[in-house]
Design a protein around this ligand. Structure first.
Ligand code: FES
Length: 108
């Protein structure tokens, strides 16, 4: 049986009034496919990446009170805020593809 850590989940909040999070989640899925990163090999371990929408992540300052959506990388724990659909490509390429946190979008 596979361990739970074999899946990286991107939880995207969709609790904004305009539900921009839905568009962010859609853009992330498209980028994962485009960049061929739905399945990753990191440190010899195979990882699957899934994008899921969710309710409030308690990061509202960088979500419904701002211009974009908040999202959480699970299980690793990085949190991004004010994410817009156009940021999806950078999150997928830099974070998932290159293993680097996208500093300009990271929030505490
Ligand atoms: S409304 Fe999105 S984090 Fe609270």
């Amino acid at each position: 049986m596979k361990s739970a850590s074999a899946v990286t989940r991107l939880f995207v909040c969709t609790a904004q009034k305009d539900e921009i999070g839905k568009d962010v989640a859609k853009a992330l899925k498209i980028e994962l496919k485009k960049q061929g990163l739905k399945k990753l090999l990191t440190g010899g371990e195979k990882l699957k990446v899934r994008v899921q929408t969710c309710n409030c992540l308690d990061l509202c300052k960088h979500c419904k009170k701002g211009p974009g959506a908040a999202l959480l990388m699970h299980p690793e724990g990085t949190v991004y805020g004010d994410v817009k659909p156009k940021d999806a490509a950078d999150i997928v390429r830099e974070h998932l593809g290159e293993g680097r946190v996208v500093k300009r979008l990271q929030v505490d």
